[in-house]
Design a binder for this molecule. Structure first.
Ligand code: SAH
Ligand code: SF4
Length: 345
């Protein structure tokens, strides 16, 4: 018998099926486990009643079922809830539940901290502490799900919490496989969005994966000078490389790449920048998500005035560009974009 138990939530259906086969069991057992874990949302093997006692015992000797510890929960005025979860090694991550008119969206973390060092982002200040395992991402969804009214569920998941998802590539691919499995959560790939700071090799690779999700790219600057100042990753993968990577990215019909663009006062918010933005993205199938900069205590950048924000958006719209404005939720609880940082810091 092994002495280190494995978290069963780190496993995709196929990986779990292989384990059952190795135990001389039928592979369909994996689907049953997925149904228990992600449909019925049980938290112990003893509840998996269509498995024999012997099999449940065997599973318990090899696997454990993880659970996140709730460390802190902060409610914003707009209904958004920021969760601080504690992992098994006492590291903390944050997730955000956003309530929309007819659905719920959860924003998950993919790493503890982040290595990318973006100048405007609070998470960057932590540096990278470690990657999250698939089960640790899945657990954010499961734990928050418990707080929803009965018969309601999480419809959308965005990978926009702490961390750079494509810097934890394999684990995020496994996480997507687990989320999309029809015998489990059965999420729609149209309802999942991965946001990346622009790791070009991973963008290209992701385009070739069987698992799909919407792709969002944090652009934030319209030329290399400004983008490198804000995002050090631009020194490795500059705008030309990024745009070339996007050009090769396969998109299903009617699908577009989302470019996130932070509006920072007197840095990225000029109408001239809007003009450059359109020029830069010309030829791509894209839409723009404008994020007015969320200030944190002591932050060196400022949010533009509402008039300036509107003028920027209007310029894009008037030039036929789809441009949405992300009114960040949960600002009063430091739960908005880029404000996720461990409370201890
Ligand atoms: N690491 C990934 C996903 C997490 S960040 C990425 O960078 O894309 C999610 C989004 O929040 C990114 O688009 C980022 O540019 C934005 N963001 C970070 N800090 C922000 C801040 N202070 N105000 C507004 N948006 C911010
Ligand atoms: Fe990391 Fe994204 Fe923050 Fe940049 S914006 S430091 S990539 S979490």
């Amino acid at each position: 018998m092994e002495n280190t138990l494995k978290n069963i939530k780190d496993y995709t259906v196929d990986e779990l099926a292989a384990w059952f086969v190795a135990q001389n069991e039928k592979p369909f057992r994996a689907k049953q486990v997925f149904n228990w874990l992600y449909q019925k949302k049980v938290e112990s093997f003893s509840e998996m009643l269509n498995m024999s006692k012997a099999l449940r015992h065997k599973m318990g000797q090899h696997f454990f079922i993880s659970r996140l510890k709730r460390y802190q929960q902060i409610h914003a005025q707009d209904g958004t809830i920021k969760y601080v979860f504690e992992l098994q090694d006492q590291q903390r991550i944050e997730s955000v539940l956003m309530t929309h008119r007819d659905h719920y969206t959860v924003c998950v973390s993919s790493q503890v901290g982040c290595a990318m060092g973006c100048d405007f982002c609070m998470t960057a200040q932590m540096g990278l502490i470690r990657n999250l395992a698939p089960g640790e991402v899945i657990d954010q969804i499961l734990e928050i799900w418990k707080d929803l009214p009965e018969n309601e569920g999480i419809r959308n998941v965005v990978f926009m919490g702490m961390g750079e998802p494509f810097h934890n590539y394999q684990n995020i691919i496994s996480t997507l496989k687990i989320m999309l499995a029809d015998v489990g959560f059965n999420f729609s790939s149209r309802r999942i969005t991965i946001s990346t700071s622009g790791l070009v090799p991973q963008i290209v690779r992701f385009g070739q994966e069987e698992v799909k999700a919407n792709l969002a790219i944090s652009l934030n600057g319209v030329n290399d000078q400004i983008r490198s100042q804000l995002m050090p990753i631009n020194k490795a993968y500059d705008l030309q490389k990024l745009i070339t990577g996007c050009q090769t990215y396969p998109l299903e019909s009617r699908k577009r790449i989302t470019f996130e663009y932070i509006l920072i006062k007197e840095l990225t918010d000029a109408i001239e920048d809007a003009k450059q933005l359109i020029k830069l993205l010309h030829g791509l199938k894209f839409k723009i998500n404008l994020i007015p900069y969320n200030e944190s205590p002591g932050s060196k950048y400022k949010r533009p005035s509402p008039d300036q924000i509107q003028a920027f958006q209007r310029y894009l719209l008037n030039h036929g560009v789809t441009a949405t404005l992300r009114i960040s939720k949960g600002q009063d609880i430091q739960g908005a974009c880029g404000q996720l940082i461990q409370s201890s810091l």
